[in-house]
Design a protein around this ligand. Structure first.
Ligand code: NAI
Ligand code: MG
Length: 489
């Protein structure tokens, strides 16, 4: 199965792919090693062209009515829906994730465009009368925004950045990840047929080159980034240098807590595996630290291992697979290295831990669902692995468990399972996380904000608050006549 792809992709600037004679890099299928396309390796000059196009488009786009923006975002959603099967296939081939998941990515992405089409209509300013006049508090777009995204969930990463930024009246330059640019470049062409030229520009290439140039560009008025904490800090420094606001989503090491009174422990087992293994564990929101109460520990862990043994690791195009291939050999090796670190630290492998070979996909890093019994403080329990690895901790003392659940530098999400509502709410309050899910894991319904506390980042996405990180406040005071100076009321 092969989708129609161009042989060569270049930057999408000012409503079209721009000719490029420069260096290229290859998009490859990580499962098979097959070449998919060549992509222009953009540089600072391309970034400058893109930013200039976005600057020229800004006054016109800023002047559009909310209704017009909403209509175009809805048209984009409709167009993406038509292309969904092809785009989902491109992502499955480009990043190795199973196709059922990449389809869901695109559905969730489409929901974001529709959500912000609606949300912008209610994004109202406020004001009040003052003596002899009126005070207006207005929101205006930031300007040209620079956005940098990772490879794990390409369609949703694009939507989380593009939908609120355009709804709020900004123009943008987006840099996709070098491991996952194809569906974003196809997206650019689809969106380019809907939005005015220059409103949305995409510059593919490497982080240290095009990414760094985008963060350093003096005309970029706001930066938004999703990826590793290391690069997040670099982006934050770049923002500090030019005094532009930065929003960051930098991953997590999220706790998922099982209380002994949880009803239907079989369903909790399924939730716990799903939380850790969705996206082959390459998800910032993954519930990678499972806290299981002592009273039920032995039977729960048995159930987990036997449920894990029933999961199928398979070809990304296999509809019956539960897990597939990691995005690259680099990421695959990193995950295997972490499993080795865990063993050396004394973690006990309860299931998995090995690379598997999948027929026809011998190049790929397919890693078994891996259950590690760990102690708090081990590196595998503290650091983001970004692979199908679940660390399991046994707990009995509530306060100690909370301390350990919060005892990581991250604070993106948390899950918990209990039949006791008061316990659930008290624990949700005590968890240092941007999102808490009770008796489920993940909630990506439209409008549910997520974002991190501590080193997981700054700023919320996926909810109406996001319109505020893509706009700034201006207060305008009007008097009906020139008033006396020195009047400060
Ligand atoms: P990364 O942070 O290097 O890459 C993310 C994006 O940043 C890419 O578009 C990359 O080109 C860009 N980038 C890299 N260096 C840059 C620079 N100096 N200036 C501007 N942009 C730059 O992440 P990587 O190496 O792909 O993954 C490493 C680890 O990071 C993963 O194992 C995972 O733990 C974490 N990660 C977290 C994600 C999240 O959703 N929060 C997503 C991807 C990775
Ligand atoms: Mg790729």
């Amino acid at each position: 199965m092969k989708p129609s792809l161009k042989k060569n992709y270049t930057a999408y600037i000012n409503g079209g792919f721009v000719p490029s004679q420069g260096a290229v890099f290859a998009a490859t299928n990580p499962a098979t090693g097959e070449h998919l396309a060549h992509i222009a390796r953009c540089n600072a000059a391309d970034v400058d062209t893109a930013v200039q196009a976005a600057q020229r488009a800004l006054p016109g786009w800023k002047a559009t009515s909310y209704e017009e923006r909403a209509a175009l975002l809805n048209r984009l959603a409709d167009a993406l829906e038509k292309e969904l099967p092809r785009l989902a296939l491109i992502d499955a081939l480009d990043v190795g994730r199973r196709i059922a998941e990449t389809r869901l990515d695109h559905q969730k992405a489409i929901a974001q465009y529709r959500y912000f089409a609606g949300a912008i209509l209610t994004h109202e300013d406020y004001g009040r009368p003052i003596p002899d006049g009126y005070l207006m508090v207005k929101r205006e777009p930031m300007g040209v925004v620079g956005q940098i995204i990772p490879w794990n969930v390409p369609a949703l990463m694009v939507a989380l950045k593009v939908a609120p930024a355009l709804a709020a009246g900004n123009t943008l330059v987006l840099k996709p990840d070098e491991n996952a640019s194809l569906s974003t470049l196809e997206f650019a062409e689809i969106a380019g047929g809907i939005f005015p030229p220059g409103v949305l520009n995409v510059v593919p290439g490497f982080g240290e080159e095009v990414g760094a140039a985008l963060t350093a560009h003096p005309k970029v008025a706001k930066l938004a980034f999703t990826g590793s904490p290391e690069v997040g800090r670099i982006i934050a420094h770049a923002g500090a240098e030019r005094l532009v606001p930065v929003s960051l989503e930098l991953g997590g090491k999220s706790p998922n807590i099982v209380f002994p009174d949880a009803d239907d422990l079989d369903a909790v087992v399924d939730n716990a595996l799903f939380a850790a293994l969705y996206c082959n564990g390459q998800s910032c929101l993954a519930g990678t630290r499972l806290f299981v109460h002592d009273d039920i520990y032995a039977s729960f862990v048995d159930k987990l291992a036997s449920a894990a043994s029933r999961l199928k690791v398979g070809n990304p195009l296999d509809e019956s697979a539960h897990l597939s291939c990691l995005v690259s050999a680099k990421q695959g090796k990193r995950v295997l290295e972490y499993i080795g670190i865990g063993k050396a630290e004394g973690a006990k492998v309860l299931f998995g831990g090995e690379r598997e070979s999948v027929a026809g996909c011998e190049a790929g890093y397919f890693i078994q669902p891996t259950l590690l019994e760990v102690r708090h403080g081990m590196r595998v329990e503290q650091e983001e692995i970004f692979g199908p690895v679940l660390s399991i901790l046994r707990w009995s003392d509530y306060e100690q468990m909370l301390k350990e659940a919060n005892g990581v530098p991250y604070g993106l999400a948390a899950g918990l399972y209990t039949a006791d509502l008061e316990n659930a709410m008290r624990t949700a309050d005590a968890l240092e996380a941007g999102s808490v899910w009770i008796n489920q894991y993940f909630n990506l319904s439209s409008g549910v904000p997520f974002g991190g506390v501590k080193e997981s980042g700054i700023g919320m996405e996926h909810g109406r608050e996001t319109l505020n990180i893509y706009s700034r406040v201006k207060s305008v005071t009007v008097r009906n006549r020139v008033i006396e100076p020195w009047y400060l009321g």
